[in-house]
Design a protein around this ligand. Structure first.
Ligand code: SAM
Length: 233
């Protein structure tokens, strides 16, 4: 595996607020559509945001943020941007919400420089049972070879009534995308056995059910190329 010091890269600033609105105004929808080849293939996230296009990371965060509740564990958190946004939002809310956000944790197997707790594997997480309200897997279940065990760990560390929130692109678009995205994080590290470049809805729903989540809600976003999963029960 490549050294962490070589890996401090892929994003550092936060996506701007205008890119995180749950409902886009009409002019942004048009601009995003015209700029789709740029924001979806050519440009890294921050470059898209600099020219007023909604980046793919902002699309993911805008889909996931409204689904987070309580103390959050973000698995495969990368540069930890999601939790930084979650804390920023909580700062304007109640003291209890801010305390939950402050107690939220990002974990990853690689140190991307965002303050994540580094773990050896997501199959065994260093947290007691029933200690989180939400466990998140944003754009990473495909990159986690031990994904089956990681989802069981999510079930273990969730409090009763807790939920898993995940996003995942499909296999076809993921295979093409990962060949084209010259800037993506997998270009800065070794790719592990068992990684895949995308997963279809039936695969993800099947894994969630197998891990004990009886109720799974899905919603397409980015023109249906990406899917949000919210799993409970
Ligand atoms: C495409 S990035 C997504 C990062 C972040 N969730 C986001 O949305 O920006 C995939 C992440 O999965 C992480 N990863 C790879 N193998 C993993 C594993 N076994 N357990 C946890 N995270 C892993 C990578 O280091 C990387 O940060």
């Amino acid at each position: 595996m490549a050294m962490a010091s070589q890996l401090r890269t892929h994003t550092s600033s936060l996506p701007p607020d205008w890119a995180l609105q749950p409902a886009k105004p009409a002019h942004r929808k048009v601009w995003d559509l015209l700029g789709a080849p740029l924001r979806m293939v050519v440009l890294p996230d921050e470059a898209s945001e600099r020219i007023g296009l909604t980046s793919l990371r902002a699309e993911r965060m805008a889909a996931v943020l409204p689904e987070l509740k309580g103390r959050v564990l973000d698995v495969g958190a990368g540069d930890n941007v999601l939790l930084k946004l979650y804390r920023r939002r909580a700062a304007g809310l109640s003291a209890a919400k801010l305390a939950d956000a402050e107690a939220s944790v990002g974990v990853d197997v690689i140190d991307w420089g965002g303050g994540c707790r580094i773990v050896r594997s997501s199959a065994e997480l260093p947290f007691p049972a029933a200690s989180f309200d939400t466990v998140v897997f944003v754009a990473c279940l495909n990159h986690i070879p031990e994904r089956r065990e990681a989802l069981r760990e999510a079930q273990r560390v969730l409090r009763p009534g807790g939920r898993v929130v995940a996003t995942m692109i499909g296999r076809f678009i993921g295979d093409i995308g990962h060949r084209l995205w010259w800037y993506s994080e997998d270009k800065h590290r070794d790719v592990a056995d068992g990684e895949v470049m995308g997963m279809n809805r039936d695969e993800v729903v099947g894994l969630l059910r197998e891990a004990g989540f009886g109720r799974v809600r899905t919603r397409g976003f980015v023109y249906g190329l990406n899917t949000l999963y919210v799993a409970e029960g």
